[in-house]
Write a protein that binds this ligand. Structure first.
Ligand SMILES: [Mg+2]
Length: 276
């Protein structure tokens, strides 16, 4: 595939959706070309939103990591999608969560009663489980409790805001919450409800935000820019967005052809990085 300039591609669309990690930032720093590219989009009258699978913070928390470069209202997080879902469809009983205590301010926004699963002696009365993160709990103990409770209570709802299977580490990758959700799915036979990419809710919500600003808008008039074929490109294509893969994160230039062949996913555009 031909490598194109980000800005030349973006000028062909009415709005841009960005993935965050590997596209706008790597680790704790914003990539060098990003500020210039965002300013150029603004000058061209092309609004943008940042769609992140971050599930442990609300969008103000996600925005804070960009030090004011991107306004809070431009972020859509998978954690926020879960909160809005719980506000519409509160569980008919207690929500127990798996994950670190830093997920609590986000869950509190949902307005339903919740407790960390590790603090519950028994799961009696639990109507829903939220798998908020892979950290902060003993996988073996708590997942066994969930499996046994779910077998006796098939109506139990299980949510996984961030369906990512792995996250990058110095050694390569670590298993993420989505991998634990896949394990539960294999054992219980039903898939936990996912909210982040590649699941559709985060894309549909972002399209609503774009339509509120631009009026009528076809998904094909929006460019989804991501570094991961199986989340950004797969999820974007599934809802009809145009897609651009950048080579500044998960997908390296060396691995590109193999990953396209293995996934069967081909983005509409390829660019090395987000810059003006
Ligand atoms: Mg990414």
């Amino acid at each position: 595939m031909k490598v194109e300039s980000f800005l030349e591609i973006a000028r062909g669309y009415r709005a841009v959706f960005f993935d965050s990690y590997g596209v706008l930032r790597v680790g704790d720093h914003v990539l060098p070309g990003v500020a210039g590219a965002l300013a150029a989009l603004e000058a061209a009258g092309i609004p943008y939103w940042v769609l992140t699978n971050d599930a442990s913070r609300d969008r103000a928390g996600v925005a804070a990591a960009f030090n004011g470069l991107i306004p809070t209202e431009r972020f859509v997080s998978s954690g926020q999608m879960l909160v809005e879902f719980l506000q519409r469809e509160p569980p008919p009983g207690l929500l127990a969560y798996l994950g670190p205590a830093r997920a609590e301010p986000l869950l509190a926004l949902a307005g339903c009663p919740f407790r960390p699963l590790r603090d519950l002696e028994t799961l009696d009365g639990v109507a829903a489980i939220a798998l908020m993160d892979e950290e902060g709990f003993d996988w073996e103990r708590e997942l066994n409790r969930v499996v046994n409770y779910a077998r006796a209570h098939p109506e139990l709802r299980i949510y996984v805001p961030n369906p990512d299977l792995v996250y990058p580490t110095e050694a390569g990758v670590g298993l993420a919450a989505g991998a634990l959700a896949a394990l539960l799915e294999a054992v219980l036979g039903t898939a936990p409800l996912a909210f982040g990419k590649p699941a559709a809710p985060i894309f549909h919500h972002s399209l609503e935000l774009a339509r509120a600003e631009l009026g009528e808008l076809s998904p094909s008039e929006v460019l989804m820019v991501g570094d991961t074929l199986t989340t950004d490109v797969r999820g974007g294509q599934a809802v009809g967005l145009a897609t651009a893969l950048v080579l500044s994160g998960n997908t390296t230039p060396e691995a590109l052809q193999d990953q396209i062949a293995a996934s069967g996913l081909r983005p509409d555009h390829l660019c090395s990085e987000v810059r003006a």
